[in-house]
Design a protein around this ligand. Structure first.
Ligand code: HQG
Length: 182
């Protein structure tokens, strides 16, 4: 049977971003778990996963359109997206001058007034380019609004930024004075 990598990735996201305890997993402070522990937790869950191996996780990463997970030294973690109660430690970093955030027209109106908040996740998620922001906003609406984030200016004013992957930056709450419509 061919492996459904999308389904696998969704379950891995649940395990590594949102509900590790449901999988008897403990994320370390930077979000890592041992690949062997993840595989052991997943194998009994679906017939097609009964022989799940590290190679399947590597193939899942290769097939994905987004870089969601990092594998290193027989461990795996999510680059971003966490909602677990324990804050995942990220290294503060200097952001590019400008970042983008794609969202719905209604949310954009609130964000321009109140600023960007992390909502159910630990961090605000920002995109390095408009196209990625369009894809992010497009998950919720056919007509996303792309907000421009004055990231360097916000950083200088004390807002913390963190690297996610090549396309995604993370930040703490971003006040409205650093957010513009195009
Ligand atoms: C909105 C996906 C009202 C915000 C994506 C967004 C991304 C506000 C929603 C990653 C607000 C939160 C994260 C405020 C923010 N008032 N609405 N003050 N501040 N919002 O899913 O950025 O496929 O938690 O605009 O591609 O959409 O899962 O964040 O609409 O990279 O790998 O509240 O998740 O990646 O939604 O997406 P989310 P997001 P994956």
């Amino acid at each position: 049977m061919r492996m459904d990598y999308k389904r696998l990735s969704k379950t891995v996201a649940r395990a590594l971003r949102h509900a590790p305890r449901d999988y008897d997993l403990d994320l370390d402070p930077e979000g890592w778990v041992a690949i062997d522990d993840l595989l052991a937790a997943l194998r009994p869950r679906r017939r097609e996963w009964r022989n799940l191996a590290a190679d399947d996780l590597t193939a899942m990463l290769e097939q994905a359109t987004k870089r969601r997970y990092e594998i290193c030294d027989e461990r795996i973690r999510a680059y971003y997206g966490h909602s677990v109660p324990e804050r995942i430690e990220k290294e503060p970093a200097v952001p590019p001058d400008i970042l983008f955030h794609g969202t719905t027209p209604d949310a954009a109106e609130t964000i321009l007034h109140d600023g960007l908040r992390s909502m159910s996740r630990q961090y605000v998620h920002l995109s390095t380019d408009r196209e990625t922001a369009h894809l992010v906003g497009g998950r919720r609406t056919p007509d996303p609004v792309i907000l421009t984030i004055l990231a360097a200016e916000a950083h200088r004013a004390g807002v913390a930024f963190y690297e996610g992957n090549d396309d995604v930056w993370l930040a703490d709450a971003v006040p409205p004075e650093f957010i513009q419509t195009p």
